[in-house]
Design a protein around this ligand. Structure first.
Ligand SMILES: [Zn+2]
Ligand SMILES: [Zn+2]
Length: 330
């Protein structure tokens, strides 16, 4: 296959500074594949990175970590993939040798690599990923839908961390893409009731089967899942839990939040964290294919790469009409 020497990419050069630029095509290690990007979706965390760079990404850097495309080149050690295959990537790259990786917690790797954080990501015409971190996409899954491989895997982790929710009452605080996916997965996992609170009527209207509740404590839920980065929402979750209830901290909270340990003690509450996912790519693929989940509804706009500014505007400022925005390439 004839590959170009350069590619167009969106490079972050400073806070609130994204620039369309031309970069050399990324080079490949022996266990990696080069993917021609067909779709990449904008994550809330990309928007945070652009605004405040909370992870201290070394700039300039190409952001983006939710991508799908076509393999155009394979490293010499790659046996299970070949050029022309349709694939989606998971951005997390565990080292495989640290203490946490050896314990089976690759998603909590101490030397974690991550597309769009410590290496160039998917907001470009091409990106590279280690072959064990990609999956083939069946033809029934479009590229924009395939780009949701990782966010859906992350949300499956939230369901797993919630424990056995069959027949239970689950509160999801947050109506963004993650809250939406988590609510759908909670229904799929057999929760008796799934309550969702949020701010945006358009987004709240996009979660079939969930009951919309006011923000603020609702009382007597078994599980509360924090899917918005707000300390007020932490209090809502805590105040909503029944005895022996569990809070799953899914969203990143960047500030210390006071917790009422008296309440935790007398109600035997649990608080668990949830970060990345424990190898849930295959389960995520099954969810993407599941007609009952209708996850393709999540991609509300597909915007050509040329119009990337519009894509970021929609994702950042138009919560009244956008949920997940995909940037597409041809
Ligand atoms: Zn993300
Ligand atoms: Zn590791």
């Amino acid at each position: 296959m004839n590959l170009p020497a350069t590619m167009r990419a969106l490079q972050m050069r400073g806070l609130n500074q994204l620039v369309l630029t031309t970069l050399p095509l990324p080079s490949l290690k022996t266990d990696e594949v080069l993917i021609r990007t067909m779709a990449t979706t904008i994550c809330t965390s990309d928007l945070h990175d652009i605004k405040t760079n909370p992870f201290g990404i070394k700039l300039p850097s190409v952001l983006g970590h939710e991508g799908a495309g076509i393999i155009v080149q394979c490293g010499s050690d790659v046996k299970t993939f070949s050029t022309g295959m349709r694939v989606a990537a998971h951005p997390v790259v565990p080292c495989g040798i640290c203490e946490e990786c050896r314990r089976g917690f690759g998603h909590l790797c101490l030397n974690m690599g991550h597309l769009g954080i410590d290496r160039n990501g998917t907001f470009a015409e091409y990106f590279v990923q280690r072959a064990d971190r990609i999956r083939r996409l069946p033809d029934s899954i479009s590229f924009p839908l395939g780009a949701l491989l990782e966010p859906v895997a992350n949300c499956l982790q939230a369901i797993a961390r919630a424990g056995d929710i069959k027949g239970r009452v689950v509160l999801v605080v947050g109506d963004g893409p993650f809250g939406n996916i988590i609510a759908r997965l909670a229904i799929r996992a057999g929760a008796a009731r799934v309550l969702v609170s949020g701010r945006e009527p358009f987004r709240l209207g996009m979660i079939p089967g969930a009951e919309i509740v006011d923000s603020g404590p609702v009382g007597s839920v078994d599980v509360a899942i924090l899917a918005v980065s707000s300390s007020a929402a932490v209090h809502t979750c805590m105040a909503s839990l029944r005895k022996r209830g569990r809070l799953v901290v899914f969203s990143l909270i960047n500030e210390p939040v006071p917790i009422n340990l008296f309440q935790l003690h007398v109600s035997e509450l649990e608080i668990v964290g949830c970060c990345n996912d424990e190898e849930r790519m295959d389960e995520s693929l099954r969810c993407l294919e599941d007609p009952a989940l209708k996850l393709s509804e999540l991609v509300t706009q597909e915007v050509p790469f040329e119009n990337w500014e519009e894509a970021f505007y929609l994702a950042r400022d138009r919560h009244d009409k956008a949920l997940k925005v995909a940037i597409t390439f041809n």
